[in-house]
Design a protein around this ligand. Structure first.
Ligand SMILES: Nc1nc2c(ncn2[C@@H]2O[C@H](COP(=O)(O)OP(=O)(O)OP(=O)(O)O)[C@@H](O)[C@H]2O)c(=O)[nH]1
Ligand SMILES: C[S@@+](CC[C@H](N)C(=O)[O-])C[C@H]1O[C@@H](n2cnc3c(N)ncnc32)[C@H](O)[C@@H]1O
Ligand code: SF4
Ligand code: SF4
Length: 310
Protein backbone atom coordinates (compact mmCIF):
# COMPACT_ATOMS: atom_id res chain seq x y z
CA UNK A 1 0.00 0.00 0.00
CA UNK A 2 1.40 3.46 -0.82
CA UNK A 3 1.43 6.50 1.49
CA UNK A 4 -1.95 7.72 0.26
CA UNK A 5 -3.50 4.39 1.22
CA UNK A 6 -3.75 3.12 -2.37
CA UNK A 7 -2.16 0.05 -3.95
CA UNK A 8 -1.75 1.78 -7.32
CA UNK A 9 1.71 2.54 -8.69
CA UNK A 10 3.04 3.87 -11.99
CA UNK A 11 5.49 1.44 -13.56
CA UNK A 12 6.75 1.96 -17.11
CA UNK A 13 7.37 -0.71 -19.79
CA UNK A 14 11.01 -0.91 -18.64
CA UNK A 15 10.06 -1.79 -15.06
CA UNK A 16 10.87 1.66 -13.67
CA UNK A 17 8.37 2.72 -11.02
CA UNK A 18 7.82 6.47 -10.80
CA UNK A 19 8.63 7.71 -7.29
CA UNK A 20 8.94 11.44 -7.80
CA UNK A 21 7.55 14.33 -9.78
CA UNK A 22 9.86 16.97 -11.19
CA UNK A 23 7.73 19.97 -11.90
CA UNK A 24 8.69 23.18 -13.66
CA UNK A 25 6.45 26.01 -12.50
CA UNK A 26 7.75 28.71 -14.85
CA UNK A 27 10.04 29.09 -17.84
CA UNK A 28 10.88 32.63 -16.84
CA UNK A 29 14.34 33.25 -15.40
CA UNK A 30 16.30 36.27 -14.22
CA UNK A 31 19.60 34.67 -15.34
CA UNK A 32 20.73 33.34 -18.69
CA UNK A 33 23.30 30.63 -17.93
CA UNK A 34 25.57 29.64 -20.79
CA UNK A 35 24.58 25.93 -20.58
CA UNK A 36 20.93 25.97 -19.48
CA UNK A 37 18.75 23.01 -20.50
CA UNK A 38 15.62 24.64 -19.09
CA UNK A 39 14.39 21.17 -18.06
CA UNK A 40 14.13 20.24 -21.74
CA UNK A 41 11.32 22.73 -22.34
CA UNK A 42 12.09 25.51 -24.77
CA UNK A 43 9.75 28.17 -25.92
CA UNK A 44 6.51 27.51 -24.06
CA UNK A 45 5.26 30.49 -22.08
CA UNK A 46 2.09 29.28 -20.32
CA UNK A 47 2.06 28.69 -16.57
CA UNK A 48 -0.16 26.42 -14.50
CA UNK A 49 -2.50 27.87 -11.92
CA UNK A 50 -2.15 26.88 -8.28
CA UNK A 51 -5.24 24.69 -8.66
CA UNK A 52 -3.85 22.83 -11.68
CA UNK A 53 -0.54 22.22 -9.91
CA UNK A 54 -2.27 20.90 -6.80
CA UNK A 55 -4.55 18.59 -8.82
CA UNK A 56 -1.56 17.13 -10.67
CA UNK A 57 0.40 16.57 -7.46
CA UNK A 58 -2.63 14.95 -5.79
CA UNK A 59 -3.16 12.62 -8.74
CA UNK A 60 0.53 11.61 -8.56
CA UNK A 61 0.30 11.10 -4.79
CA UNK A 62 -2.60 8.70 -5.34
CA UNK A 63 -0.11 6.54 -7.25
CA UNK A 64 2.34 6.68 -4.35
CA UNK A 65 4.48 9.43 -5.91
CA UNK A 66 5.27 11.26 -2.71
CA UNK A 67 8.37 13.28 -3.63
CA UNK A 68 8.14 16.58 -5.44
CA UNK A 69 10.95 18.63 -6.95
CA UNK A 70 10.00 22.15 -8.01
CA UNK A 71 12.15 23.69 -10.73
CA UNK A 72 11.99 26.03 -13.70
CA UNK A 73 13.08 28.53 -15.14
CA UNK A 74 13.61 30.21 -11.83
CA UNK A 75 10.82 29.04 -9.50
CA UNK A 76 11.31 31.91 -7.01
CA UNK A 77 10.08 34.30 -9.70
CA UNK A 78 6.59 33.05 -8.95
CA UNK A 79 5.17 35.16 -6.14
CA UNK A 80 2.53 32.50 -5.41
CA UNK A 81 5.11 29.80 -4.62
CA UNK A 82 4.20 29.90 -0.92
CA UNK A 83 0.54 29.49 -1.84
CA UNK A 84 1.43 26.50 -4.04
CA UNK A 85 3.45 24.93 -1.24
CA UNK A 86 0.81 25.40 1.42
CA UNK A 87 -1.91 23.92 -0.84
CA UNK A 88 -0.09 20.64 -1.56
CA UNK A 89 -1.23 17.31 -0.14
CA UNK A 90 1.05 15.74 2.50
CA UNK A 91 4.21 14.45 0.80
CA UNK A 92 7.38 12.76 2.02
CA UNK A 93 9.76 15.27 0.42
CA UNK A 94 9.17 18.66 -1.18
CA UNK A 95 12.29 20.33 -2.56
CA UNK A 96 13.14 23.29 -4.74
CA UNK A 97 16.01 23.88 -7.15
CA UNK A 98 16.86 27.55 -7.46
CA UNK A 99 19.57 29.99 -8.45
CA UNK A 100 18.96 31.63 -5.03
CA UNK A 101 19.24 35.17 -6.35
CA UNK A 102 15.76 35.86 -4.92
CA UNK A 103 16.04 33.66 -1.83
CA UNK A 104 17.25 36.20 0.73
CA UNK A 105 14.30 37.37 2.80
CA UNK A 106 12.09 34.52 1.63
CA UNK A 107 13.60 31.31 3.05
CA UNK A 108 11.54 31.50 6.20
CA UNK A 109 8.18 31.92 4.42
CA UNK A 110 9.04 29.00 2.12
CA UNK A 111 9.84 26.81 5.09
CA UNK A 112 6.63 27.81 6.85
CA UNK A 113 4.64 27.07 3.70
CA UNK A 114 5.91 23.48 3.74
CA UNK A 115 9.15 23.38 1.73
CA UNK A 116 11.54 20.75 3.16
CA UNK A 117 14.84 21.58 1.47
CA UNK A 118 16.54 23.41 -1.41
CA UNK A 119 19.23 22.86 -4.00
CA UNK A 120 21.13 25.98 -5.03
CA UNK A 121 22.91 26.31 -8.36
CA UNK A 122 26.29 27.81 -7.61
CA UNK A 123 29.02 26.95 -10.08
CA UNK A 124 31.71 29.26 -8.74
CA UNK A 125 32.61 31.48 -5.79
CA UNK A 126 34.45 33.89 -8.09
CA UNK A 127 32.29 36.97 -8.83
CA UNK A 128 33.73 37.48 -12.34
CA UNK A 129 33.20 33.84 -13.34
CA UNK A 130 29.71 33.95 -11.80
CA UNK A 131 28.85 36.90 -14.05
CA UNK A 132 30.32 35.14 -17.08
CA UNK A 133 28.41 31.86 -16.50
CA UNK A 134 25.08 33.49 -15.68
CA UNK A 135 25.49 36.35 -18.18
CA UNK A 136 24.31 38.69 -15.45
CA UNK A 137 26.08 42.04 -15.29
CA UNK A 138 25.10 42.84 -11.70
CA UNK A 139 27.14 41.57 -8.75
CA UNK A 140 24.54 39.24 -7.24
CA UNK A 141 26.83 36.54 -5.85
CA UNK A 142 26.81 38.07 -2.30
CA UNK A 143 23.03 37.92 -2.26
CA UNK A 144 23.09 34.24 -3.32
CA UNK A 145 25.49 33.47 -0.47
CA UNK A 146 23.28 35.32 2.02
CA UNK A 147 20.31 33.32 0.70
CA UNK A 148 22.19 30.08 1.39
CA UNK A 149 22.99 31.23 4.95
CA UNK A 150 19.35 32.06 5.51
CA UNK A 151 18.16 28.70 4.13
CA UNK A 152 20.49 26.87 6.52
CA UNK A 153 19.30 29.04 9.44
CA UNK A 154 15.61 28.24 8.85
CA UNK A 155 16.28 24.52 8.28
CA UNK A 156 15.77 24.10 4.52
CA UNK A 157 18.40 21.41 4.86
CA UNK A 158 20.34 19.66 3.62
CA UNK A 159 21.05 22.46 1.16
CA UNK A 160 22.67 20.99 -1.93
CA UNK A 161 25.06 23.17 -3.89
CA UNK A 162 24.78 22.29 -7.58
CA UNK A 163 28.08 22.84 -9.34
CA UNK A 164 28.04 22.12 -13.07
CA UNK A 165 31.61 21.29 -14.06
CA UNK A 166 32.85 23.63 -16.79
CA UNK A 167 36.18 23.15 -18.55
CA UNK A 168 38.65 26.02 -18.05
CA UNK A 169 36.07 27.88 -15.96
CA UNK A 170 35.46 26.13 -12.64
CA UNK A 171 36.97 22.64 -12.93
CA UNK A 172 39.87 23.68 -10.66
CA UNK A 173 37.47 25.00 -8.04
CA UNK A 174 36.11 21.72 -6.63
CA UNK A 175 38.36 21.79 -3.56
CA UNK A 176 37.42 25.38 -2.80
CA UNK A 177 33.74 24.57 -3.13
CA UNK A 178 34.14 21.55 -0.87
CA UNK A 179 35.78 23.76 1.75
CA UNK A 180 32.85 26.19 1.40
CA UNK A 181 30.26 23.46 2.02
CA UNK A 182 32.25 21.99 4.94
CA UNK A 183 31.88 25.24 6.84
CA UNK A 184 28.20 24.39 7.31
CA UNK A 185 29.02 21.15 9.15
CA UNK A 186 26.73 18.74 7.32
CA UNK A 187 23.92 21.17 6.53
CA UNK A 188 25.30 21.82 3.04
CA UNK A 189 26.22 19.10 0.53
CA UNK A 190 28.22 19.53 -2.67
CA UNK A 191 26.63 18.07 -5.80
CA UNK A 192 28.94 17.95 -8.81
CA UNK A 193 27.18 17.78 -12.15
CA UNK A 194 28.45 16.64 -15.53
CA UNK A 195 27.46 19.18 -18.19
CA UNK A 196 24.84 18.09 -20.72
CA UNK A 197 25.26 19.62 -24.15
CA UNK A 198 22.65 22.34 -24.42
CA UNK A 199 23.18 25.80 -25.93
CA UNK A 200 26.41 24.69 -27.65
CA UNK A 201 27.99 24.02 -24.26
CA UNK A 202 30.05 21.07 -25.59
CA UNK A 203 33.43 22.90 -25.45
CA UNK A 204 32.97 23.27 -21.68
CA UNK A 205 32.46 19.55 -21.07
CA UNK A 206 34.78 18.06 -18.44
CA UNK A 207 35.82 14.39 -18.53
CA UNK A 208 33.64 12.85 -15.81
CA UNK A 209 35.80 9.70 -15.52
CA UNK A 210 38.77 11.80 -14.44
CA UNK A 211 36.69 13.64 -11.83
CA UNK A 212 35.30 10.35 -10.55
CA UNK A 213 38.84 8.90 -10.24
CA UNK A 214 39.88 11.94 -8.20
CA UNK A 215 36.85 11.64 -5.92
CA UNK A 216 37.49 7.92 -5.40
CA UNK A 217 41.11 8.62 -4.58
CA UNK A 218 40.16 10.97 -1.74
CA UNK A 219 37.01 9.22 -0.47
CA UNK A 220 36.80 7.31 2.78
CA UNK A 221 33.38 5.93 1.89
CA UNK A 222 31.29 5.56 -1.28
CA UNK A 223 27.59 4.74 -1.48
CA UNK A 224 24.99 4.53 -4.24
CA UNK A 225 21.67 6.35 -4.31
CA UNK A 226 18.54 4.59 -5.56
CA UNK A 227 17.72 7.45 -7.96
CA UNK A 228 19.88 7.27 -11.09
CA UNK A 229 22.32 5.08 -9.07
CA UNK A 230 24.23 8.28 -8.32
CA UNK A 231 27.44 7.87 -6.35
CA UNK A 232 27.98 9.66 -3.03
CA UNK A 233 31.53 10.14 -1.74
CA UNK A 234 32.61 11.03 1.77
CA UNK A 235 35.72 13.23 1.58
CA UNK A 236 37.26 14.58 4.78
CA UNK A 237 33.91 14.05 6.51
CA UNK A 238 31.93 15.97 3.84
CA UNK A 239 29.46 14.48 1.38
CA UNK A 240 29.86 14.92 -2.38
CA UNK A 241 27.26 13.58 -4.81
CA UNK A 242 28.15 13.17 -8.47
CA UNK A 243 25.49 13.48 -11.17
CA UNK A 244 26.60 11.85 -14.43
CA UNK A 245 23.70 12.14 -16.85
CA UNK A 246 25.62 11.88 -20.15
CA UNK A 247 25.74 8.60 -22.14
CA UNK A 248 24.94 6.82 -18.91
CA UNK A 249 22.86 3.68 -19.29
CA UNK A 250 22.77 3.02 -15.55
CA UNK A 251 21.59 6.57 -14.80
CA UNK A 252 18.59 6.26 -17.13
CA UNK A 253 17.83 2.66 -16.12
CA UNK A 254 17.32 3.98 -12.60
CA UNK A 255 15.36 7.10 -13.50
CA UNK A 256 12.27 7.20 -11.31
CA UNK A 257 11.01 10.72 -12.13
CA UNK A 258 8.15 11.95 -14.20
CA UNK A 259 8.39 15.56 -15.30
CA UNK A 260 5.75 18.24 -15.64
CA UNK A 261 6.38 21.22 -17.93
CA UNK A 262 5.56 24.76 -16.82
CA UNK A 263 2.52 24.84 -19.11
CA UNK A 264 1.09 21.60 -17.73
CA UNK A 265 2.32 18.67 -19.81
CA UNK A 266 3.53 15.37 -18.40
CA UNK A 267 7.03 14.86 -19.81
CA UNK A 268 8.39 11.30 -19.74
CA UNK A 269 12.04 12.29 -20.32
CA UNK A 270 14.19 15.41 -20.08
CA UNK A 271 15.62 14.80 -23.54
CA UNK A 272 12.50 13.88 -25.50
CA UNK A 273 9.72 16.24 -26.56
CA UNK A 274 7.46 14.26 -28.90
CA UNK A 275 5.83 12.21 -26.16
CA UNK A 276 4.24 14.86 -23.94
CA UNK A 277 0.77 14.41 -22.43
CA UNK A 278 -1.22 17.60 -21.96
CA UNK A 279 -2.92 17.72 -18.55
CA UNK A 280 -3.31 21.50 -18.33
CA UNK A 281 -7.09 21.32 -18.69
CA UNK A 282 -7.70 17.84 -17.29
CA UNK A 283 -10.24 17.31 -14.53
CA UNK A 284 -9.16 15.35 -11.44
CA UNK A 285 -11.15 12.39 -12.79
CA UNK A 286 -9.23 12.39 -16.08
CA UNK A 287 -5.77 12.68 -14.56
CA UNK A 288 -5.13 9.01 -13.57
CA UNK A 289 -5.49 7.72 -17.14
CA UNK A 290 -3.34 10.57 -18.48
CA UNK A 291 -0.64 9.67 -15.95
CA UNK A 292 -0.81 6.03 -17.09
CA UNK A 293 -0.47 7.16 -20.72
CA UNK A 294 2.59 9.31 -19.98
CA UNK A 295 4.24 6.53 -18.00
CA UNK A 296 3.57 4.03 -20.80
CA UNK A 297 5.70 6.34 -23.00
CA UNK A 298 8.68 6.40 -20.67
CA UNK A 299 11.86 5.11 -22.29
CA UNK A 300 15.33 5.13 -20.72
CA UNK A 301 17.01 7.64 -23.00
CA UNK A 302 20.45 6.06 -22.91
CA UNK A 303 20.56 2.31 -23.19
CA UNK A 304 17.65 2.07 -25.59
CA UNK A 305 17.64 2.06 -29.38
CA UNK A 306 15.61 5.29 -29.42
CA UNK A 307 18.64 7.39 -28.53
CA UNK A 308 20.65 6.11 -31.48
CA UNK A 309 17.76 7.04 -33.76
CA UNK A 310 17.79 10.69 -32.74
N1 LIG B 1 19.40 13.68 -17.49
C1 LIG B 1 18.79 13.94 -16.36
N2 LIG B 1 19.30 14.83 -15.52
C2 LIG B 1 18.66 15.03 -14.37
C3 LIG B 1 17.48 14.36 -14.00
N3 LIG B 1 17.08 14.78 -12.79
C4 LIG B 1 17.97 15.70 -12.41
N4 LIG B 1 18.93 15.85 -13.35
C5 LIG B 1 20.08 16.74 -13.28
O1 LIG B 1 20.61 16.64 -11.99
C6 LIG B 1 21.18 17.87 -11.61
C7 LIG B 1 20.69 18.26 -10.23
O2 LIG B 1 19.31 18.54 -10.30
P1 LIG B 1 18.49 19.11 -9.08
O3 LIG B 1 17.36 19.90 -9.60
O4 LIG B 1 19.37 19.75 -8.11
O5 LIG B 1 17.81 17.86 -8.41
P2 LIG B 1 18.36 16.45 -8.02
O6 LIG B 1 19.73 16.50 -7.47
O7 LIG B 1 18.16 15.57 -9.20
O8 LIG B 1 17.31 16.02 -6.91
P3 LIG B 1 17.49 15.78 -5.34
O9 LIG B 1 18.75 15.01 -5.16
O10 LIG B 1 16.29 15.00 -4.96
O11 LIG B 1 17.52 17.10 -4.71
C8 LIG B 1 20.80 18.86 -12.69
O12 LIG B 1 21.88 19.00 -13.57
C9 LIG B 1 19.66 18.18 -13.40
O13 LIG B 1 19.59 18.54 -14.76
C10 LIG B 1 16.98 13.41 -14.93
O14 LIG B 1 15.98 12.75 -14.68
N5 LIG B 1 17.66 13.26 -16.08
C1 LIG C 1 17.35 24.34 -15.27
S1 LIG C 1 17.79 24.78 -13.62
C2 LIG C 1 16.23 25.41 -13.00
C3 LIG C 1 16.25 25.82 -11.55
C4 LIG C 1 17.01 27.08 -11.20
N1 LIG C 1 16.83 28.14 -12.11
C5 LIG C 1 18.46 26.77 -11.00
O1 LIG C 1 19.28 27.19 -11.81
O2 LIG C 1 18.76 26.09 -10.02
C6 LIG C 1 17.88 23.21 -12.75
C7 LIG C 1 19.25 22.58 -12.65
O3 LIG C 1 19.66 22.16 -13.93
C8 LIG C 1 21.05 22.35 -14.03
N2 LIG C 1 21.40 22.44 -15.45
C9 LIG C 1 20.97 23.35 -16.34
N3 LIG C 1 21.51 23.13 -17.54
C10 LIG C 1 22.31 22.04 -17.43
C11 LIG C 1 23.15 21.34 -18.32
N4 LIG C 1 23.29 21.72 -19.58
N5 LIG C 1 23.80 20.25 -17.85
C12 LIG C 1 23.66 19.88 -16.57
N6 LIG C 1 22.89 20.51 -15.67
C13 LIG C 1 22.23 21.59 -16.08
C14 LIG C 1 21.27 23.66 -13.30
O4 LIG C 1 22.61 23.79 -12.91
C15 LIG C 1 20.32 23.51 -12.14
O5 LIG C 1 20.99 22.89 -11.05
S1 SF4 D 1 19.29 30.09 -13.31
FE1 SF4 D 1 18.55 28.01 -13.76
S2 SF4 D 1 16.89 28.26 -15.27
FE2 SF4 D 1 17.99 30.20 -15.14
S3 SF4 D 1 19.40 30.15 -16.84
FE3 SF4 D 1 20.50 29.39 -15.02
S4 SF4 D 1 20.23 27.16 -14.98
FE4 SF4 D 1 18.74 28.01 -16.42
S1 SF4 E 1 15.56 8.63 -19.02
FE1 SF4 E 1 17.62 9.41 -18.66
S2 SF4 E 1 17.74 11.39 -19.75
FE2 SF4 E 1 15.57 10.81 -19.61
S3 SF4 E 1 14.85 11.88 -17.76
FE3 SF4 E 1 15.45 9.84 -17.12
S4 SF4 E 1 17.60 9.97 -16.48
FE4 SF4 E 1 17.08 11.83 -17.65
Amino acid sequence: MNSSGSHRTLTDPFGRTVRSLRMSITNRCNLNCIYCHNEGDHGSTGEMSVETIVNIVKAAADFGVDRLKISGGEPLIRQDLEEILSSLPPLRDVSLTTNATLLKGRASSLKEAGLDRINVSLDTLDPGKFRMITRCKRDILPSVLEGIDEAVRVGLTPVKINMVLLKDINEAEIEKMLAFTKRYKGDVILQLIELMNFRDAAPYHVDADKVEEELLHHATDVSTRTMHHRKKYIINGAEVEFVRPVDNTEFCANCNRLRVTADGKLKPCLLVNDDLVDVSHASPGELPDLFRLAVSRRVPFYGHERCSLE
